[in-house]
Ligand binder design. Sequence first.
Ligand code: ADP
Ligand code: ZN
Length: 529
Amino acid sequence: DAEASDPTASAATHVLRKIFGYDSFREGQQEIIEHVVAGGDALVLMPTGGGKSLCYQIPALVRDGVGVVISPLIALMQDQVDALTALGVRAGFLNSTQGIDERQAVEACFAAGEIDLLYLAPERLRVDATLRLLDRGKISLFAIDEAHCVAQWGHDFRPDYLALSTLHERWPTVPRVALTATATPATHAEIAARLNLENARHFVASFDRPNIQYRIAPKNEPRRQLLSLLRNEHAGDAGIIYCLSRASVDKIAEFLTQNDIPALPYHAGLDARTRAANQSRFLREDGLIMVATIAFGMGIDKPDVRFVAHLDLPKSVEGYYQETGRAGRDGQPSTAWLAYGLQDVVQQRRLIETSEGDDTHRRRLGTHLEAMLALCETIDCRRVRLLDYFGQKSAPCGNCDTCITPPESWDGTIPAQKLLSTVLRLQRERRQKFGAGQIVDILLGRKTDKVLQHDHASLTVFGIGTELRESEWRGVVRQLLAQSLLTVEGDYGTLVLTDASADVLRGNHQVLLRREPERTKPARSTSKS
Ligand code: ADP
Ligand code: ZN
């Protein structure tokens, strides 16, 4: 057509129109592409759906040689190559799922320069034969997708990514473009350092996803809360529901199906065939809900996901941002809804305590969790807090729960002192460890079996907290956890004071709390999950 043959258009624009069939570049794309076409290194931070793929695909087509794309998403390589092939782009991949014949055919194409893009799993680069293969062909560029996987500070570290620093040593003249949809300033710096990209040009797009409405609710009756979200706001919509464990994925998928809401499960415990079948149904059919662990979603390109719901607390703000980012890639209004409760904090702490790795690693996980809790308990705009986490300043958005119904804050110093001194009393007993339930029972002056058994009714703090309801006390516990004025340990979620608790007890620290919303009574009670 006339536009495609416009002689004044750059080679990149020409490829955009003629091969990909798009009229114009999205924000940031053209600059990045021109820079890489000219042989420059680039570090690209762009939110999900921003259009990162074109940033290396077009330069690979414009430049001489084969573009080598490093991607951890083995399950999606076939799809990516198929999509390119459908556009008439010659592409191939090398990963562990292939047979030897197939692999050799791709290797021969690469060496002969008969493809434009080669997708590689990072672990391939640890194999000497792969490096020798790459020496035999002409490489136009290296694209390092999901570049945050190289950062140990981040939430998705993959050891194989560390080997990518050798690319530059072995092929110093080949331009490299590293891309990620999530990076805090610390992760950003670590990616640059580990991949030797300090001198690369850094392109940082806004991380804001204005069409996503962020909402975080206290988890009271998760199933009822979920049903009401699905029926009242998202009837017939496609969406993703994240759960922490495989067992809860199965249970929630079954629960929705029983309630005539079409849902499929996805987790690493299902066989590869079922997983692939469920994924492809989710991508192709309308209005399906995927109930999944976080094993699902990276690299999934479904534009009309209308909601992402979390039934358990994500491990980090980066994880939360990335998972919720799968909603609304088409730019249409979408919901990111999270329900979380005290039990989530207990569970996450336990996972951290029992996680593999050294103390540094555990401390890092603890920091990630605290930041996530702070986001949950904030009385400020969620988006402001979220973007701030990624080092970007913004104004209150008007499209999150705290903007729409601003939570009241109140001076909770006295309740906090009551709660912390109860924790202190029980901590002194040492013989036994107690979780939030026992603390709240003591504050409310409840003579339960467990209270009587441990003689807790004789404590001076017994019954000093009747001014708050149980749900409010649990809210106080959550918020003190979020503010690091309290922490939780061990299998039973034992509450333990922190260094900062002392200041509150001495009256040197005012505690500002978020008022718990009135709990709406369910019309008919459904079972708790
Ligand atoms: P990311 O990897 O950043 O999440 P993708 O590269 O998968 O995003 O792109 C997201 C969607 O936007 C894809 O469907 C892609 O085809 C589309 N897209 C990318 N660039 C453009 C463009 N310039 N014009 C129109 N659509 C585009
Ligand atoms: Zn807001």
